[in-house]
Write a protein that binds this ligand. Structure first.
Ligand SMILES: Cc1cc2nc3c(=O)[nH]c(=O)nc-3n(C[C@H](O)[C@H](O)[C@H](O)COP(=O)(O)OP(=O)(O)OC[C@H]3O[C@@H](n4cnc5c(N)ncnc54)[C@H](O)[C@@H]3O)c2cc1C
Length: 268
């Protein structure tokens, strides 16, 4: 097992079908360096591929990392993780270095976490680590998942954590933007974190900036995947775009426009 610059060789040591839409993979990754950021993600390159897809590190114990992978109708990692082309257990994969973006400000008296199935691992890790970093700070979770993917015990059983499970729209499409626009927000300063389908996230960024007028330090909204007919040829990492935009003095709106443009370019 070798560790290359900013990449790790990893071995799949377990695979569990948690729900019809969610597969849990445990990877042995010697030398893995965590950012310590609760929504940290890695790029995953599966055998026979060179393109990566991003996955949140749900938990780390020793050298073992747990990823919860959504299996949808078709996709590069979906095919592999679903086991349709062979059991991933025992296979070697490559991970890119971890990055994260969750950064609640000191004055955040509450956390509001909203996301679809792809955001479940980040939301539970944030809730878990919040209980250690800021015991007692309330966490409100809104999880939009198909009915058969409401997982008992997925979130910490802590009186400060409240979870609302919602079904997607009747056509299966996400309606998280609409949900957030009508949500009852907690009082006082807090931190809003959201991830899921990109068009929904774009709508919410506009809402936060123009209607709620939240300072950019008090929210983090990331498009995790794009609902498009074709395969996504290449994933776009939001981290470097965010940092480059900030360094160039761009507004949040300009930075997210850059991210959207990069994602669109990756599909051409
Ligand atoms: C920072 C970050 C963290 C993420 N963390 C996670 C995570 O922990 N777990 C997780 O499952 N995903 C996570 N994602 C999302 C994941 O990277 C994408 O869903 C990815 O496109 C899936 O790859 P694939 O190879 O299965 O499908 P692709 O080959 O990328 O796409 C094939 C087709 O499937 C569609 N598609 C892609 N994703 C979905 C989806 N979720 N539902 C329905 N259709 C889809 C695309 O529109 C495309 O048409 C994260 C993304 C980011 C940016």
């Amino acid at each position: 097992m070798s560790t290359r610059a900013q990449q790790y060789d990893a071995t799949v040591v377990a695979r569990e079908q948690v729900t019809p839409h969610l597969v849990r993979l445990t990877l042995d990754v010697p030398g893995f360096v965590s950012t310590g950021i609760a929504d940290e993600w890695v790029g995953l390159v599966v055998p026979g591929q060179f393109q990566s897809r991003y996955y949140t590190v749900r938990s780390i114990e020793g050298t073992q990392l747990v990823l919860d992978v959504v299996v949808h109708s078709t996709g590069l990692v979906t095919e592999w993780a679903s086991g349709r082309s062979g059991d991933p257990v025992g296979q070697q994969v490559v991970l890119t270095e971890a990055k994260g973006s969750y950064l609640p400000p000191d004055d955040a008296g509450w956390l509001l976490l909203v996301g679809d199935l792809t955001a479940l691992p980040a939301m539970t890790r944030i809730a878990r680590e919040n209980a250690v970093a800021r015991p007692g700070r309330p966490v409100q979770v809104v999880a939009e998942v198909p009915d058969d993917s409401r997982i008992d015990g997925y979130f910490p059983a802590d009186p400060t954590v409240s979870v609302t499970w919602l079904a997607p729209g009747p056509d299966g499409a996400s309606r998280l933007a609409e949900v957030v626009e009508t949500i009852a927000w907690p009082e006082g300063p807090g931190y809003f974190w959201m991830a899921g389908e990109s068009a929904q996230m774009r709508a919410i960024r506009k809402h936060l900036m123009r209607v709620r007028r939240l300072p950019s330090t008090h929210y983090d909204v990331m498009g995790y995947w794009r609902s498009v007919a074709q395969r996504q040829p290449r994933a776009v990492d939001p981290g470097p775009i965010w940092r480059a935009g900030k360094a160039a003095g761009k507004s949040d709106e300009e930075i997210w426009a850059d991210y959207d443009a990069a994602q669109a370019g990756a599909e051409e």
